[in-house]
Design a protein around this ligand. Sequence first.
Ligand code: PLP
Length: 418
Amino acid sequence: MHKREFLRTLGGASLGVMFSPALLARYAAMPAQEVAEDEAFWAAIRGKYRLTPDYINLENGYYSMQSEPVLDAFVGHVRSINVQASRYMRTRQTDDKLRVRTRLAKLAGVSPEELIITRNTTESLDTVIAGYDWKPGDEAVMAFQDYGAMLDMFKLQARRHGVVNRVVSVPVDPRSDDEVVQTYANAITPKTRLLMVCHLVNITGHVLPVRAIADMAHSRGVDVMVDGAHAFAQMSFAIPDLGCDYYGASLHKWLGAPLGAGILYVKQDKIAKLWPIYADEGMAETDIRKLNHTGTHPVHTDLGIENAIDFHESIGIARKEARLRFLQQHWTKQVRGVPKIVLNTPADPKRTCAIANVGIEGMKPADLAKTLLDRYKVWTVAIDSTPANVHGVRVTPQLFTTPAELDVFAKALKEIAA
Ligand SMILES: Cc1ncc(COP(=O)(O)O)c(C=O)c1O
């Protein structure tokens, strides 16, 4: 499908094609919070996904399926590049990637010169961690609730360069931002160089006060790297508002891009000091593309990102965020306070969005996940981490999830707990 054609019709997914002019005008005038609860609107969006009837998918956090229009466009890119082969690679690849980078930069609110397209959050953040000129005794701060791959990457720096890692534990349901900020502040010493913090903790759904943490760390001379795997394209923000130095995210989660797409943001004045993992002598020290020499890779994925942005923008981030928070609240409200049901997610809606985690006293998370699937056909993922203090199943609805599906899940939880 030609790009112009996709943009005109979004494969039948642009709101102009989905709704009558009268309905369209009504939605345009409606605040996002109200659209969030308008089931007719979301039923039309749900219609753009091909869902399995075999189970209710509440595990959309690992990666989220592409909508049908995005998938169709992506398959078109695969076919088209297969025909053009090296001619595409030699004549168009670079320009196309730069164009997609510019669109992503706009979405992130940063300059294109501060952004690269990567394969995923792991590659983005590990590029930063490995890019530091670590000296023995240098310190880094992170949390037990961070993602395992990055924690492992810091452990590798400890073994290789003698870096000292200070690991904090984020409270599950803090009374204030200050409580969280103080948790990180307590781990900083004069030797701390880098602090890693999750924008949204993947195992609990906790949205952390990143700006306040970054300001505190900067006042102590510490760089801040944010793991935005789950926040980007789920919540409305611009990266500069967070005040961080580095930001990594995956696009195959909440943007609904093809598998294997991510971004890395590096603040302009931090680029020069990072060592690339793969050398590229053709790039200046101050050009972020020096961190982006991947060799030959699936370029059709990069093209699919643009279609995913079109689909995402046709819905709008404000509506998306409001709907996802509404869905999470819809089921957590039904079970919070029920005997034996433990929510491992803050109660304050401002500290959450789509994701939440729930456990049942006396039941192993793996058994809970199995019972939910075998008996109720609800697909979740068990999280059982003693260091992170999280024991439950992670529940991640998506734009196509219905409140009725979440009612099935909430009822199942109550039955199991009883
Ligand atoms: C918080 C967090 N960081 C990083 C990652 C890694 O993402 P990816 O596998 O796309 O690199 C994940 C994946 O779920 C995550 O939840």
